[in-house]
Write a protein that binds this ligand. Structure first.
Ligand SMILES: [Zn+2]
Length: 273
């Protein structure tokens, strides 16, 4: 006889849950998540949420996960129309405080990262250089003395448009009739050069965005670009494209997996310079 994983009472032969218990659990989870998702417009009642959690067999860890999922929804909703306001920030912080989240469990969380990203963008829109970065370890770049790192993206893929040249035709296998006084150009023996431009992954590494430059450090390439050397930025869902200010510069792409943030961040920093 198995025990129900929700209520802990006998669930019957080869069974591990009661249907009613699962339904109770799922609807409780839905209600809690929705309440948190609405936390920017209506105040969250901690006791009420704890009561629902208790009645729905939702334990501490699961409750925290539900709260973070709800918070992410709340942040997404808030970011639909504009950047987070101070009031929205306070409400979100209030929820985190109410449920006793600590910095360690938050720092690796996606919803919390989004929250910090939104605050970084708000700083920028208010004309401040954001200082919300917690650097663990040593940066692989030599920043200038008066330069502030604003964000670090890991595992960034760096792409470039590269031109590949190959030859078609040529003398191989072709029969050439020897005629008097006819000069065959050297090029004719190599065939015709064909140029093809392909988007090519050049490297993968760390992208550090500061108030003055974009730094990239990979296994093969390391460089920095000053904002005033960039003539255009192109937003993509998963990253950003840039065009440098030089006659033969080809477009370059940094895939950060967060185009919304990367583009807003870089463009606003570039506008300050
Ligand atoms: Zn049960």
């Amino acid at each position: 006889m198995g025990l129900c994983k929700f209520c802990g009472k006998p669930a019957g032969f080869l069974r591990r849950e009661h249907r009613e218990c699962r339904e109770k659990h799922n609807s409780g989870a839905f209600v809690i998540r929705s309440m948190i998702a609405d936390s920017l417009t209506s105040k969250v009642d901690r006791d009420e949420i704890l009561q629902i959690a208790g009645e729905s067999y939702i334990g501490g860890d699961e409750l925290k996960t539900l709260i973070l999922t709800g918070l992410e929804e709340a942040i997404d909703k808030a970011l639909e129309d504009n950047i987070l306001t101070q009031e929205e920030e306070d409400r979100l912080k209030d929820v985190l405080l109410t449920f006793g989240f600590n910095t360690d469990e938050l720092s690796s969380n996606k919803a919390y990262e989004k929250f910090i990203k939104a605050l970084v963008l708000r700083d920028l829109l208010e004309g401040k250089v954001p200082n919300r970065l917690n650097i663990k370890g040593v940066l692989p770049f030599n920043l200038l003395k008066n330069e502030t790192p604003v964000w670090i993206f890991n595992d960034v893929k760096y792409y470039q448009f590269k031109t590949y040249r190959h030859y078609v035709g040529g003398s191989q296998g072709a029969s050439i009739r020897i005629m008097k006084g006819v000069y065959y150009r050297v090029g004719g023996f190599r065939g015709y050069p064909i140029e093809e431009t392909k988007l090519t992954k050049v490297d993968e590494g760390v992208l550090c965005v500061t108030d003055k430059h974009i730094y990239f450090g990979g296994k093969l390439k390391s460089f920095r670009i000053s904002y005033d050397k960039i003539v255009s930025f192109t937003p993509y869902s998963d990253g950003i494209g840039i065009q440098r200010d030089s006659a033969n510069a080809k477009s370059e792409y940094f895939i950060t997996n967060d185009g919304w943030f990367t583009y807003n961040l870089v463009v606003n920093l570039a506008n300050r310079v």
